[in-house]
Design a protein around this ligand. Structure first.
Ligand code: NAD
Length: 452
């Protein structure tokens, strides 16, 4: 784990902010009737003293989906590299200060919490910098763009987990179906679990970075959009939402980080996996500019205290299987849990059982009574906001989601070297392939620090 060389220079602000954050936590506990605060300080959860000071980084596109969730808090800072997006957000949050460079934004001393909705290649940077300043973080998925980024941001969170609440934007998890699937797998519906298969059907047809397309418009700070990645000539084709840029290695990981974050979560929530011990992958020809569209990745996971060692697979684009073990897969995105007694097929909202022995059916399994079910998490963004003010507990914190994205991005490393790789998750090393080991990290432009 690297510690921030810059952390000390932020200490005064950090101390002030932490004091305020501690107060918010106590205020929330007081709301639960456990602490007595001086009268007049707190008059319910909406009292000014019980509001978070929030910075929104990336306020166009997906960023707008968070306006409502933090609308009841104090939005004190807005940051975007695109001036019209900033101006539009300022209409909703008129008191907030404006920034183009997120590093400057995070210098603002009164920020308690950050929502990051920028391009994938900046997520781990912004999350680390915010954590290093004692801020709570909600980061859009995927949390990282390479294995090392996932590891650094997760380690940083673990160091700070008694002080901050984190959440990765895998909001489909708030569907109760995720926990019904977990209960079914845990309670033996598939028998002994052998293999979890997960898929997504999106494809792309890009083969190279876009050609130079003239000068960037004056309203866009293209240099900051590129940020830590190597420079590529401007082309307007990169703009207009994540499906315009996330297939290029320097900006994203295509569906592995995109829908993969949501759909692998269906499995991850049910299998209690730690780090994979191996990864192998195949798909489109390896391309130095773009991540593959057609892709199959398979990981090995050791046994845990309730199941034996299992395999986990991700299929993408034209590799999405139509059936697995003779069981039809759900259209679009979904997961199949294969056990010795049955298969369970799930998408985000539904699940269905396919017993191996049709005559015996599902007689071996009794769903839990309602009172023993995992309680609903409620609103996903609200869970984070409440956690920032309360017990810091969220379902998709940087430990859970960091481990998940570390695995998915490891699969892309195996894809790039075209070999089965063995992974030492404790050390963060590929042990049987030096080329693969070198691909766990990305190279950054001069002046950009991942953990600053
Ligand atoms: N959780 C979900 O369901 C969901 C849905 C869509 C997108 N996303 C995620 O949200 C993120 C943004 O996706 P999008 O489609 O909105 O992309 P986008 O290209 O529209 O970017 C969103 C905003 O961020 C700004 N931005 C980009 N880089 C920035 C930087 N370095 N500093 C400040 N502002 C910056 C852009 O100008 C834009 O206003 C992606 O990581 C994507 O995976 C999540």
């Amino acid at each position: 784990m690297t510690t921030s060389p810059n952390a000390t220079s932020h200490k005064p602000g950090f101390a002030r902010s932490v004091g305020r954050r501690q107060f918010l936590k106590s205020a929330a506990v007081a709301g639960a009737g456990l602490t007595i605060l001086p009268s007049g300080v707190l008059a319910g959860p909406d009292a000014p003293s019980n509001k978070l000071n929030v910075a929104l980084i990336g306020v166009g596109g997906r960023g707008r989906a968070h306006f409502g969730a933090v609308g009841g808090e104090n939005v004190v800072a807005l940051c975007d590299v695109n001036a019209p997006a900033l101006a539009a957000a300022a209409k909703t949050f008129s008191d907030a200060k404006h920034y183009v460079d997120w590093r400057k934004c995070l210098e603002q001393k009164d920020i308690d919490a950050v929502v990051c909705s920028t391009t994938d290649h900046t997520h781990a940077f912004i999350s680390n910098w915010a954590l290093n300043r004692g801020m709570h973080v909600y980061c859009e998925k995927p949390l990282a763009n390479c294995v090392n980024e996932a590891r650094v941001v997760r380690a940083n969170y673990l160091k700070n987990k008694d002080k901050v609440a984190t959440q990765v934007g895998m909001q489909r998890r708030s569907s109760p179906n995720f926990d019904r699937v977990r209960e079914a797998v845990l309670d033996g519906a598939v028998g002994t679990l052998k293999h979890a298969h997960v898929w997504g059907n999106r494809s792309h047809g890009q083969t190279a970075y876009l050609p130079a397309g003239g000068d960037p418009p004056a309203h866009l700070n293209y240099d900051l959009w590129i940020g830590p990645s190597p420079m590529h000539p401007y082309n307007s084709g990169y703009f207009g939402g994540c499906l315009r840029w996330n297939m290029y290695w320097d900006f994203g990981s295509w569906q592995v980080g995109d829908m993969g974050s949501h759909t692998m979560d269906l499995a991850w929530n049910a299998i209690d996996a730690g780090r994979a011990t191996s990864a192998e992958a195949h798909g489109d020809p390896v391309n130095s500019d773009v991540a593959p569209s057609a892709l199959t990745m398979t990981f090995e996971h050791p046994a845990n205290d309730w199941r034996p060692a299992i395999k986990v697979s991700w299929y993408q684009g034209s590799h999405k299987p139509n059936n697995i073990d003779g069981v039809p897969t759900a259209p679009g995105h979904g997961a199949l849990f294969a056990g010795d007694k049955a298969c369970l097929v799930a998408d985000f909202g539904r699940h269905e059982f396919f017993p191996r022995d049709k005559a015996a059916g599902m007689a071996h399994y009794k769903p839990r009574p309602a009172e023993e079910r995992i309680p609903p998490i409620g609103g996903f963004q609200a869970q984070w906001v409440n956690a920032c003010k309360g017990d810091l507990k969220t379902c998709s914190n940087f430990d859970y989601s960091g481990t998940m994205i570390e695995q998915l991005l490891l699969g892309l490393v195996a894809f790039r070297v075209g070999k089965k790789i063995q992974y030492d998750g404790t050390a963060g090393r590929v042990t049987n392939n030096a080329d693969a080991d070198a691909l766990l990290s990305r190279k950054y432009r001069e002046g950009w620090k991942l953990d600053g």
